[in-house]
Design a protein around this ligand. Sequence first.
Ligand SMILES: Cc1ncc(COP(=O)(O)O)c(C=O)c1O
Length: 475
Amino acid sequence: MKTRGPIHRAARAMARRALRRAAQQLAPPAAELEPGAWRLERDPLGRLCIDSVALGDVAARFGTPVHVVDAVRLRENAARFVNCPTAHGGGVETFYPYKANPVPGVLRALHQIGAGAEVASPYELWLAKTLGVAPGRIVFNCPIKPAGALRQAMELGVGLITVGSRQELPAISAMARSLGKRPRIGIRVAVPGATSHFGESTDDGSALQAFAEALERPELDVVALHAHPNAELATHDELRAFVAAVLRFAARLRTRLKLDLEVIDLGGNLVCPTVAQVSPIEARVQMALGREAAPPERRQLLSIEDYVGLATTQIEAHYKREGRPMPRVFVEPGRSMTSSAQLLMLGVVQVRPPDDSGVSTVVLDGGINVAEPLVGERHQVFAVSPRPNAEKRTYRLIGPTGASNDLLYPSVVLPELQSGDTLAVMDSGAYFVPTSTTWSFPRPGIVMLDRGELTLLRRAETFEDLVALDLLEAA
Ligand SMILES: Cc1ncc(COP(=O)(O)O)c(C=O)c1O
C-alpha cells in the first residue's frame, strides 16, 4: 500500500492552516445570545449572576465541573406546558420524559407543577413510583418491555402502555390475561418523515395492521395513538405538517377500524430555542476550518405557547369538522422543558499560546465525558467572571480526556481567559446528565438555585464511588 510521505503531510497541514486563517478572517464572530435569555444578569463587576447569586461563588463553593439548576426557570417552563391556555380550554397533558434528565430533584419540581412521567425503562418506572407519581400520570413507553416491568406497569395501572411494535402484542396480551387486567394501550406509529427504530409505519400499512391486531384482543383497552417526531420541530410549518400527518392517520383509524381515539400523544422533540442543531457535515467543516458555529436564528422558532396553541387548535379544528369530540392531547417535552433551566460550569485548566491562525487552545476540566450533546449541538458559552475590559480572543475549547474527539468548541470568541477561570455552558438541562460517563473522571455534582437558596441535588462522585461495585481485593 502506498503511504503518504512527510512532504505530503506537511503540505496538507500548511493548506489546512491557511484555510483556517482565511476562515477566521472572513467569518465574523457569531453574535452571542444575551444572558437575559436564561434569567442571567451581569453585576456591576461583570460577573454572571442568577437572582443576585454570582455563579463564580457557586463554582468556588462546589468546584467544577458542576451543574446549576435554575429552579425558577424550571417551574416556569413546566407551568408554560401544564397551564398553557388553549382555544378549546382543555390544554395538553404533559409527561416529562425521564430519559432527558433523570435527577430526582429536577423531576420532583416538575411533578409538583403537574407534569406526569414518561418512562422508557424498568429503572425509570421504578423511579417514578419511588417519587410518588400517581400511576395514572405515568406513560410506560419502554422500547423493550421486560416481563417484570410490564407486570409492574399493569399491576400499578399506569395511564398508558405504549406499544412500539406489533410483535409486542402477544406478550402484553398474555400478561394482561394472566393478571386479569385490561391495560390502557397506545400504539406508537412513525408518520412519513419520522423515521425511527420504534413505531409502526403509517406509510406501508403496518401501523393500521398493528391497531387492527390490538383491537382483536379484548384484554387490551386500545385508547391512544402515539407519534413521536424523530426530527426536531422548530418551525410552525414543521409542527403543522407533523400534526396533519398524525390526524390523517387518526382519520384512517376511524374509517377503517371504527376506532375513536381517547388520546393523541404527540411525543416530544420540540426545539429549545437557544440551542442549534449542528449536522455531522457542519461539525466536520467547523472542526476543519476552526469556525465558530452560529447561534440559532430565534425569530422563527416555535415557543412552548406556539407549540401547545397551534397543535391543539389544529386537532380541535379537525375534530370539529368531523363532528366528533376532541381527544385528550398528551405531550412529552424533554429538551424544551428542561434544557434552558440548567447550565454546566467548567474550569479553565490551561491556556496555550495562539497558533498561527490566532486560535488558542484551552483545556477544560470537563469535556465530552460531561457534555456529550455538544458533539451535535451549538450551546452558548459565557465567561462567568470576565476581567474588566478583557479583550476578546478566539479559543478552541477541549476537554481533559485526551481523546482526539474531545473538542467541545472548535472556535469560540470569549473575553481573554486564564487558568482558574470558569465558563458556563448553557442549556445543559437535557441529555447532559444521562449521557455523562466516568471516562477517567468522576461525574459532577448538581446544585439547585432557588431564588437565592442553594441546595445540593446530587453530590459529585468520589473515586470510591467509581469502584463501589468492583471486587477490589483479590479473592
Ligand atoms: C417517545 C419519546 N418521547 C419524548 C422524547 C423526548 O424528546 P425531546 O427531548 O426531544 O423533547 C423522546 C426522546 O427521545 C422519545 O423517544
